[in-house]
Design a protein around this ligand. Sequence first.
Ligand code: SF4
Length: 240
Amino acid sequence: MENIDYDALKKRGFLRQKQEGFFVLRTRMSEGVYKKEHLEKISEIAQKFGRGFAHITVRQGIEVPFIKFEDIPQVEAELKLAGIEAGTSGPRLRATTCCPGNNWCKQGLIDTFSLAERIEKELGIKCGLDLPHKFKIAVSGCPNACTRPQWSEIGIHGQIDTDSPDRRIGYAVYLGGCGGRDPKSGFKLDKIFTDEEVLALLKRVVDYYKDKARPRQRLGLLIEEGGKDKFLRGIGLAPG
Ligand code: SF4
């Protein structure tokens, strides 16, 4: 097991286990939606290459542990054929988590799936994107905030803009939150954004972070270091 590029494997969704010689396969699907054929294939992989079980992650992925190093190419080929995407780890964007929103939740105000899809397809901000450190995006359909947007680098939830004459539904945004050993709640921006505005903002935040953060510096620490005003100017939300 020498000369193995473990970081490259992580990026491809195979994380080294504590048990020598074994890897956990981390899968993800956009919006956290796995179709019947995806579930069947993951079940098959768990039986053929793992130990017959899978584990659901907090970021809505499915992991299959106990994959042997020598089986990784075959597992990857089978995933690709079935249209199943690999999750990731390391200094990269994680899978965007989203609750069902107004697709079926009675409280849902926004279409969380559609927003997550636009983030990936239109902005190219997709799980596995290389960044200075881990970076998370969470989308919730309403202020109940079931995906905990306050605790991600970028957190979004649907909200009624009570200041607008027609009580329009828009997007509330939190920035700079994180979990881990030094958890921080993100701060909430003082505005309810439209869908086009929220997409443009998200891109500016990711670009700013990519450009300004040091390796292994999370967004919350970058904001603390330079001050919130500087950060808001940097992402175009305050006069420069
Ligand atoms: S955040 Fe709101 S829309 Fe999403 S699952 Fe929770 S209650 Fe439903």
